[in-house]
Design a protein around this ligand. Structure first.
Ligand code: ASP
Length: 557
């Protein structure tokens, strides 16, 4: 609302954001989800105005007028006008809020989550939630235009772990039996392909009882999609189309597609992670050959000797590097060995370096070389270090660096049990050329898997599925999963199942990254804490003995 309203009599609804008493007039910032409007009240004309409190919900009647030049505020959407109030009605009185509801909030997150409805009144939070709506709208637009059908699938389903623990729901009608909350619509979307819908999507809620982690919620939302008669390229192109459309619609930015692609194996070797952040270089380098003849005992007998050349890393103190050395040892490596290039080479392996090696490794003045030696654990270790160095040195360039990471191994070994588990999920087709290893060396089997990564975050994960019962059963066997739990899928695969594949971009993370925010809790209207509690709802909570009895449950005290 700007100058075109000047002179009009209007009524404005909103919340009292700020009150100032100046020269006998009361100035109130009235906020709604679109903007904040300055309203001016003359206490002489409108008695009771002094009782107005912050966060009261009010209706103000009055005439819009232009602000005097000196009082214009270019930072406000309504900064050129104000409302001269002739009547006010308090629609909802507010108690004194438990924290000051302001953009630059000081209150801690727990208090804000306890009163989330007040926290949600803050301008940046309103903006994030409305931005999320725009992102979802753009996604729907794109998929609808591309002949996808939005179909809801059950939330109450059977316990069919997909990699996480299930949230279980006890049945009242069937003693001792349970439903489970869907970890994702994976089973159902495959059945929808068998049913012939060809292109499905759903803004789906996924419930997973996983161990708490900073960036995880017990329930998250994803754009769950599946397509029939497709290969990897088809699904990836569709996903790129979604992102390009969302970027254009919400940020006004053109995205370059197709996104680059990297094999899992290369991602690990060069970046130490399957989600490389490509906003900066600093690839992991193999220095085994370089130091082969140096007779340096810590490097002897090590399968991997890898390092990072850190541009400008000469600035790191010896203390910092010593602490990294301890960390490397704790993580099973032989330590950190480093050299700085100044006038000469200094550091724990300074004496091993010379101009030739420096030239070969492109170590310039002011740079730091960090090396560690060990087994394949050096990769994740250096991968983490790479990110830490980049953030210390502010190397992150602005923008969004997308990347597909493909051909993940289907299986990995569970460190606790030593058994094979699925690295993503088990409904993935093996690469045809690797099927021969299924019986002899499953760890060698790569899947038709693709993950979308942006700025070091996994944004989506998908695969081409098995549409053949025997193959699906074989994979279940390798990871020791009970095929009986998946009878509905296995049976369906015997009734003319089409080849199909899909992907599921995670909405919380996408919105967080696009909005430039740091936590997914900021883009979820009612998030749980990192320890899976709902502070506003007070959950998890006890239930009454009668409720337990109805569900045939006895608590083990
Ligand atoms: N069901 C998978 C997940 O939720 C995504 C997919 O493979 O489409 O992670």
């Amino acid at each position: 609302m700007q100058k075109d309203k000047v002179g009009q009599e209007i009524e404005a609804f909103g919340w009292v954001d700020r009150i100032r008493n100046l020269g006998g007039l009361v100035f109130v910032d009235l906020r709604d989800r679109t903007a904040t409007l300055q309203i001016i009240i003359d206490p002489k004309a409108i008695p009771g105005v002094n009782e107005l409190g912050l966060q009261d919900c009010i209706q103000a009647f009055g005439k819009v007028r232009e602000r005097p030049d000196a009082q214009r505020n270019p930072k406000m959407a309504t900064g050129e006008i104000e409302l001269e109030v002739n009547k006010i009605e308090v629609l909802g009185k507010s108690k004194v809020p438990p924290f000051v509801v302001e953009s630059d909030v000081k209150a801690n997150e727990d208090l804000r989550l306890r009163y989330r409805y007040l926290d949600l009144r803050r301008e940046p939070v309103q903006h994030a939630i409305m931005f999320r709506h725009q992102v979802i709208t753009a996604i729907r637009e794109y998929l609808n235009k591309n002949d996808f059908i939005e179909i809801e699938t059950p939330i109450l389903t059977r316990s069919m772990p997909e990699g996480a623990r299930d949230y279980l729901v006890p049945s009242r009608l069937y003693k001792g039996k349970f439903y489970a909350l869907a970890q994702s619509p994976q089973m159902y979307k495959q059945l929808l392909m068998v049913a012939g819908f060809e292109r499905y999507y759903q803004i789906a809620r996924c419930m997973r009882d996983e161990d708490p982690r900073h960036d995880r919620q017990p329930e998250h939302t994803q754009i769950d999609m599946e397509m029939s008669f497709v290969n990897e390229d088809d699904v990836m192109t569709m996903a790129e189309g979604i992102f390009a459309h969302v970027f254009k619609k919400t940020l006004g930015q053109e995205l370059n597609t197709p996104f680059p692609m990297m094999f899992y194996k290369d991602a690990i070797e060069k970046y130490g992670t399957d989600k490389p952040d490509l906003r900066f270089g600093m690839e992991i380098i193999d220095v085994k050959a370089v130091f082969k003849d140096k007779n340096f005992p810590p490097f002897e007998d090590k399968t991997e000797i890898r390092g990072l050349v850190v541009k400008g890393g000469g600035a790191f103190s010896r203390k910092t590097l010593d602490s990294l050395n301890d960390r490397a040892k704790e993580s099973g490596m032989s330590g950190i060995f480093w050299a700085k290039r100044e006038e000469k080479f200094s550091g724990s392996i300074g004496k091993l370096l010379d101009g030739g090696i420096a030239g070969q490794l492109q170590i310039e003045k002011g740079d730091l070389l960090v090396i560690t030696a060990g087994d394949k654990k050096v990769f994740p270790f250096l991968g983490n270090l790479r990110n830490e160095f980049a953030s210390e040195l502010g190397l992150y360039e602005k923008g969004f660096e997308f990347l597909w990471v493909c051909d993940f191994p289907i299986f990995e070994v569970d460190e606790k049990t030593g058994a094979f588990t699925a690295s993503h999920h088990i409904f993935t087709q093996p690469k045809p050329e690797d099927i021969k290893y299924l019986d002899t060396d499953p760890l060698k089997v790569r899947g038709r898997l693709y993950d979308l990564v942006c700025n070091g975050n996994e944004l989506a994960s998908g695969s081409i599925r098995n549409h053949n019962r025997q193959m699906q059963e074989k994979l279940f066997g390798i990871v020791n999963m009970d095929p009986k739990k998946y009878t509905m899928l296995l049976d369906a695969l015997e009734y003319g199942a089409p080849p199909h594949g899909g992907i599921a971009p995670g909405i919380d993370r996408i919105v967080m990254i696009l909005a430039g925010l740091k936590s997914i809790r900021e883009v979820i209207a009612f998030p749980k804490t990192t320890t899976a509690q709902g502070l506003m709802e007070g959950i998890p909570d006890q239930v009454t003995p009668q409720q337990l009895k109805d569900l045939h449950i006895k608590l083990d005290e």
